[in-house]
Design a binder for this molecule. Structure first.
Ligand code: KG4
Ligand code: ZN
Length: 336
């Protein structure tokens, strides 16, 4: 079975072709970062219009790169939520129209399921069951995963998502959008331990997160500290260490609570090198194993949607009208 995948939930247009026997045949990604940079964040209407401009030419080139004709496509997968409704509708409508024209099924994919299954595109792929840490711009989730669509949320952020906290702290350190990667880069030249921020909600049981207090702690420290570049780097380092420590502590707790030994890390913040190194070290100390997607598949991409679509189409997909959801609990998915 060969599946065309389409991702348009936010500010990245992603397209990919996945084949059940041969794996990923092609993928294309266009980031709207420059379009939104002057506004310091994503402007939803501009995002939708840009997806309209880019999507069809990208589908043509992804098919050509995969040496695939429309007649060889057996199904189309698109992100149906959560995300920006206008942006989602661009992908959903085009996917449904192509599916109608090509007489193949279309399937709406949960964006976080896409992230969660992205490590399956790597070798070795994690076997079920596992615990997944999903850390993106909109979500921070710890999920127990027993199979495709068999998800139990163990913990989530009560306020800002981890990526959102990176972006907000980056802004108050006057770094350009998108803040996460810029902050991580600045932190590289920071001195560890000069500033010390709390590890929120680690002093009590449970697997929920809260990152908004950290942002305030950085703001207060910045106001009271010298305004030189080294201080900015030291603040960035202390913030990154606090987030990474918090995520490591909660992952360790989730593995202990569930008795699982495999941890999957996905979503944009999963591209953070310090987080990847620290989690690998700690989980291996505990006798477990960590699985990541390659760096480019941590952030939004079409490959994860094509793969999730392949798994869902193999399991059979009930006919459904075109619909997208800005909010969509992961636990409500049907098992595949
Ligand atoms: O998964 P993603 O591409 O989009 C959403 O579904 O939200 O995640 C984007 C988030 C942004 O908040 C971005 O700042 C963050 O991931 N991010 C990072 C890094 N790369 C991306 N945060 C920390 N370190 C990074 N290297
Ligand atoms: Zn995402």
């Amino acid at each position: 079975m060969r599946v065309l995948g389409i991702e348009t939930s936010c500010d990245e247009t992603g397209v990919a072709v996945y084949d059940g026997d041969r794996g990923l045949l092609s993928h294309a990604l266009y980031s709207q970062v420059r379009l939104h940079a002057e506004y310091g964040g994503v402007v939803p209407e501009l995002a939708s219009r840009d997806h309209v401009r880019k999507l069809l030419p990208m589908i043509r080139s992804a098919l050509a790169q995969a040496a695939t004709t429309p007649q060889q496509i057996d199904g189309i997968a698109y992100t149906a939520g959560p995300g920006l409704v206008g942006a989602l509708l661009v992908g959903a409508c085009l996917a449904r129209a192509l599916a109608f024209a090509w007489r193949v099924p279309a399937v709406g994919i949960h964006h976080m399921e896409g992230h969660l299954l992205a490590p399956m595109l790597e070798t070795p792929a994690p076997a079920f069951p596992f615990v997944a840490l999903l850390v993106s711009g909109g979500h921070t989730l710890l999920v127990e995963v027993d199979g495709v669509g068999r998800y139990t949320t163990l913990g989530e952020s009560l306020d800002d998502a981890a990526g959102e906290a990176f972006d907000k702290v980056a802004k108050l350190l006057e770094l350009p959008y998108p803040g996460g990667p810029a902050l991580a880069k600045l932190a590289e030249s920071g001195i560890a331990g000069r500033f010390e921020f709390p590890r929120p909600m680690t002093d009590r049981p449970g697997l929920d997160f809260s990152f908004s207090g950290l942002k305030t702690a950085v703001l207060t420290a910045r106001k009271n500290a010298p305004q030189d570049d080294q201080t900015r780097a030291d603040l960035a380092r202390a913030f990154e260490d606090a987030v990474v420590d918090t995520l490591v502590i909660k992952c360790e707790r989730a593995l202990q609570q569930t008795g699982e030994r495999r941890l999957v890390v996905a979503g944009g913040v999963g591209a953070n090198r310090r987080l990847r190194a620290r989690l690998k070290e700690r989980v291996e100390q505990l006798g477990g194993e960590v699985f990541y997607p390659r760096l480019e598949f941590c952030t939004d991409n079409g490959a994860m949607i094509a793969y999730a679509g392949y798994r869902r189409l193999c399991a059979g997909v009930p006919a459904a009208p075109v619909s997208v959801s800005a909010r969509w609990p992961l636990d409500s998915l049907m098992a595949a």
